[in-house]
Ligand binder design. Structure first.
Ligand SMILES: [Zn+2]
Length: 85
């Protein structure tokens, strides 16, 4: 039997998302409540290069995160990550 240790991260403890632009290498931390605004353009906040060919995907991702934040008082949501060894 294999036991895998995990870390549970409740959505209520998430505050920021960190993106790294592969073009300019700039790391940007975006407060989750501002994701929809920042991801609306689908561009790197620093060099303005498109982050994806499917900018709608980023907007939908940001809306999904917004929805998770909005329902956190009604449902417990956790991300389950493998614990570092
Ligand atoms: Zn960039």
């Amino acid at each position: 039997m294999t036991v895998q240790k995990t870390i549970q991260v409740p959505v209520s403890e998430l505050t920021k998302v960190r993106i790294t632009c592969k073009e300019c290498q700039v790391i940007t931390e975006i407060p989750l409540d501002q994701m929809t605004k920042v991801f609306r353009s689908g561009k790197c906040p620093c060099c303005e290069r498109p982050l994806t060919e499917h900018e709608q995907t980023l907007r939908e991702f940001a809306l999904g995160v917004r929805m998770m934040i909005d329902i956190k008082d009604r449902v417990g949501l956790e991300f389950v990550l493998p614990a570092p060894e």
